[in-house]
Design a protein around this ligand. Structure first.
Ligand code: FCB
Length: 470
């Protein structure tokens, strides 16, 4: 038996079996991507423009001045990308549909080529034993709808429901799950209040209205999909984190409470308790959203699952800026603290405060400045990150939280929004000049983790093409 140098180093550091044995054999292990970040072909095959295409055109907003035109060329390379997932023994794939690829204007005519692409993609997954987990909205709103007010307009809710029903009819019977929105906080707050993500607005009133419309559209889509007879589990994906005060000072503690309200309770309360948190509403004053009677009933329809994306804790500071190096914690290439205990803390807190549906960790991962040297990417830091966070999930499960799955972000290095291609989150390295994919040590570690389960179940282990011990 020989192993590549990267495998050897990683196995010394973190034994995948040690973490795997803390999970049941039916636990879902997957990888995640999103359409705009990997697909490319933004102007071909009848796809319409999205707000992210337009945003990338603005000078200075994307760190490396890049865009999504090529990305990982997944539209061309989807078959070999699915082969890659299968070769890593991964059975669950979370991906998103590009709304403007299937409906160029966001209303009216459908693009048959776009629908056919996802139709083939999903069949391709099933043929390889990969379960499809669909996200309907991972931020790429058709520009035509933005021109009419985008998510600030209540009309967009109805258009989103039409789109959801179309995808439900196309893919519902073949999908393992459908999530409506990915991270509505990011869409509302980073896109409409801080202006650092598309559509780049700086307007808190707009942001709160957007968050409300996203939530209403989520609930309406669930109701419509159920009425249409879509039977796979339906849910939503939230980015969540514990918010810690930077110091013990009372102003920092109050700030932390408010930010917890804005990030966690602003989304969890309407979904689970039929109201927005009173402290945040009071803080917003006249910037609070306009809410119509019946909206909370529409938002609060039962979830079959809740997706949680977790990367790091948040630190609240009342004045000045928090210096992430001050904690002494390891930082990722995003400058985010490596804080796995925050995931256990978050999950046990949500379990305590809400009647939760089954939970899936729909994103977790880290960026590191990986280099591919002679076909090897030795990302031992990412392996340690994944291991520690998966252990944190196990600890939450031990404490009674019903977590049923974990998706690593991301399958591939990809377009990291305002950071362009400067941050690498993949467990597979992408050389953008050649589009060559190289599984990093973390991908091989993740493969070995899955293999443990396969072995336990006595199932068939798929062999990785180029890295199999001989
Ligand atoms: C999440 C996004 C995902 C990716 C990761 C790093 O907020 O959902 O698309 O960019 O962050």
């Amino acid at each position: 038996m020989s192993a590549t140098p990267s495998e050897y180093l990683v196995r010394e550091a973190v034994d995948p079996e040690r973490v795997a044995k803390r999970f049941p054999s039916d636990f879902v292990w997957g990888v995640a991507t999103s359409a705009f970040q990997i697909e490319g072909t933004t102007a071909g095959d009848g796809r319409g423009p999205s707000i992210w295409d337009e945003f990338c055109e603005q000078p200075g907003v994307i760190l490396d001045g890049s865009n999504g035109r090529d990305a990982c060329q997944h539209v061309q390379r989807w078959e070999s990308d699915l082969d890659l997932i299968a070769s890593l023994g991964i059975n669950h794939y979370r991906f998103s549909i590009s709304w403007p690829r299937v409906q160029p204007e966001g209303q009216g005519a459908w693009n048959e080529a776009g629908l056919a692409f996802y139709d083939r993609l999903v069949d391709g997954m099933l043929a390889r034993g990969i379960q499809p987990h669909v996200t309907l909205y991972h931020w790429d709103l058709p520009s035509g709808l933005q021109a009419q007010g985008g998510w600030q307009s209540r009309e967009t809710v109805a258009h989103f429901v039409d789109y959801a029903r179309k995808i439900g009819a196309l893919l519902g019977d073949r999908s393992a799950s459908i999530a409506t929105h990915n991270e509505p906080w990011v869409v509302a707050t980073l896109g409409h209040q801080h202006g650092i993500f598309a559509p780049g607005l700086r307007d808190r009133r707009a942001a709160t209205q957007v968050s409300h419309h996203l939530l209403v559209s989520h609930g309406d889509a669930l109701t419509a999909l159920r009425a249409d007879g879509v039977r796979c589990p339906l849910g939503i994906v939230l980015n969540q984190a514990p918010v810690h005060a930077a110091t013990a000072l009372v102003e920092d503690r109050l700030r932390a409470q408010l930010e917890d309200g804005e990030l966690v309770r602003w989304y969890m309360d309407p979904l689970m308790k039929g109201a927005y948190p009173a402290d945040v509403l009071a803080h917003l004053g006249t910037d609070a959203p306009k809410i119509l009677s019946g909206d909370f009933a529409r938002i609060g329809v039962p979830l079959d699952f809740l997706g949680i994306n977790y990367y790091t804790r948040n630190i609240a500071i009342a004045s000045g800026r928090y210096d992430p190096t001050s904690s002494g914690l390891e930082l990722t290439d995003m400058g985010w603290e490596v804080f796995p205990a925050g995931l256990t803390e978050l999950l046990t807190r949500l379990h305590r405060d809400y009647q939760l549906p089954p939970i899936y960790i729909t994103e977790n991962g880290a960026a590191y400045p990986d280099e591919c040297v002679a076909g090897v990417v030795d990302d031992a830091a990412r392996v340690r990150y994944l291991d520690a966070h998966i252990q944190a999930v196990a600890t939450a499960r031990d404490a009674g939280v019903d977590v049923r799955g974990y998706f690593a972000w991301s399958l591939l290095d990809n377009f990291e929004w305002a950071h362009g291609y400067t941050k690498r989150f993949g467990i597979v390295h992408v050389d953008y000049a050649t589009q060559q994919r190289t599984p990093k040590a973390s991908a091989l570690w993740y493969r070995d983790l899955q293999r443990t389960f396969r072995d336990r179940k006595g199932g068939v282990v798929r062999r990785v093409h180029d890295r199999e011990p001989s």
